[in-house]
Design a protein around this ligand. Sequence first.
Ligand code: PFF
Length: 466
Amino acid sequence: MAARGGFNTRLGFILASAGSAVGLGNIWKFPFEVGAGGGAAFLVVYLFFAFVLCFPVMTAEIAIGRSTQSSPVTAFKKLGFSKWSGVGYLGLASGLLILSFYNVVAAWSFGYFFEIIQGHFAVGDSFSSYTSNWIKIGAYSIIFIMGTAYIVSRGVSQGIEKAAKIMMPTLILLIFGLIIYALSLPNAFVGIQHYLLPDFSKMTANVVYSALGQAFFSLSLGMGALITFGSYLNKDADVVTSAAIITFTDVFIAFLAGLMMFPFVAYVTEGDLSAMSTISGEEAFIFETLPAVFESLGPNLGVLIGGIFFLLLSFAALTSTISLLEVPTAFLVDEKEINRSKATWSVAAVIFIIGIPSLLGAGASSFFSEFVILPGQSSAISFMSFISMVGGSTFLSVGGFLISIFTAFVWRKQNFSRAINLENPSLISRWLANYVHFAIRYVCPVVLGIISLTTILNNYFGVSFL
Ligand code: PFF
C-alpha cells in the first residue's frame, strides 16, 4: 500500500477537522438563516441538532476512520462489510459534486479579496456582472483549486496539518477583529438584537428543516470527510472529546460570524432591519452591499476592512476545499495505490472540469443559469443550485443516515465502543460516549431517515409536508 502519512498531533487533527467544518456555510449562510429563522429561536434548534444529532454521527465517522486507518471505501471493506463500501462511493460522489461548485463560490470570494486590495470596490456593475465574467472567475477558480491541490499534495502532516495550524488561528483573529470593528458602527446593537432576540412566530417547519440541513453541511458530515481525517489519527487519541470540540468550534464560529455580519446589515439599513428583505439574498449582500459599505469607509480603511473580510472568507473556504479534495485523493491512494501527488493533481483537474457548468451557470450561459424547473417550483434553478441540492443536501443526509445505521446495527456496540475508547476513558468522555451510543441507535437513524426521505420527496417530486 502507498504511504498514507498521518497527523503529528491531536491538535493538528482537531484544527484540520474544524477547518473542514468552518467554511462558507458558517460565515455566509448561517447568520442569514438565523436572522430569517427567528434569531435565538433558530439558534436553539440549531444547537439542538448540532449536539444531539450531528455530534454522534461525527463521532461514528471519526471512529470508523481511526479504527481502519483507511478512507471510506476501503474502511467499510476492512471492517468486513464490503457491501457497505457503497456508502463510501456515495461520499466520494458527494465530495466531487460539492467541491465542483464550492470551488466556484470560493473563487468569487478570493477574487473579491484580490480586487479590493487593489482598491476596486465596485468589482462589476453588479454581482451578476461579476459572476458572469467566466474568464475572470475561471482564472480565480483555477488559482483556488491549484492552491488547494498544492496543500493536499504535500501530505497530511506537511500540507493539511501545517496549513490548518496557520489558517485556523488567523481566521479566529480576523473574525474577532472584524466583530470589534463592526460593533463600533452606528446601529450595531440594533443588528445584534435582530440577530439574537427570539421570534417564535418565524419558527415554521421549514425553518426547523433547514436548520438540520445547515448543521449537517456545516459540520462536513455524511460524506466521509471525517472518516478520512479520522484515518490519519493516532490509535490512542480520544475520539469522542475530539468530536465534541470540533462540533463546538464550528457552532461557535458560525455564531461569531453573525455577531460580525448583523452590525454591518444594521449599518447599511440604518437600523431598519425590516429593509433587509430589500437586500435580495445573501449573495447580493456579501458581494454588492458589503463592498459598498467598505468603500464608504474611505480608501485606506475600506481596503483594510474589506480586505480582511474577503481574506477571512477565502481562508474559511480553503480549509474546507482541502478536506473535500482529500476524500477522493485518499481513495485513489488507498484503493488504487496511486501516489499522493499524482492523485491530488488529477482529481483537482477533474473537479475543475466538472465545475465548468457551475462556473457558466452564474450568468454566462443561460442554459446552465436556468438549468431545471423542479416539480412543485415555478422558476428554474441554476446548475450550481441543482448540484448543491443533489450533492450537498440529498447525498449528505442519505449518507449520514446510512452511516448511523451501519454503526448501530451492522458494526455494533462492542466494536464501536472499542473504537471510541469506552474501556479507558476520562469521566467526561465516558459520559459523552454513553450518550453517543444511545443517540446513534435510537435518535439518529429515525430522524435522519425521516429527513432523507422528506428531502427527496420534497426536492425531486414536489411533495410538500409543510
Ligand atoms: N462544512 C463546509 C462549510 O460549512 O462550508 C462545507 C463542507 C466541507 C461540506 C467539507 C462537506 C465537506 F466534506
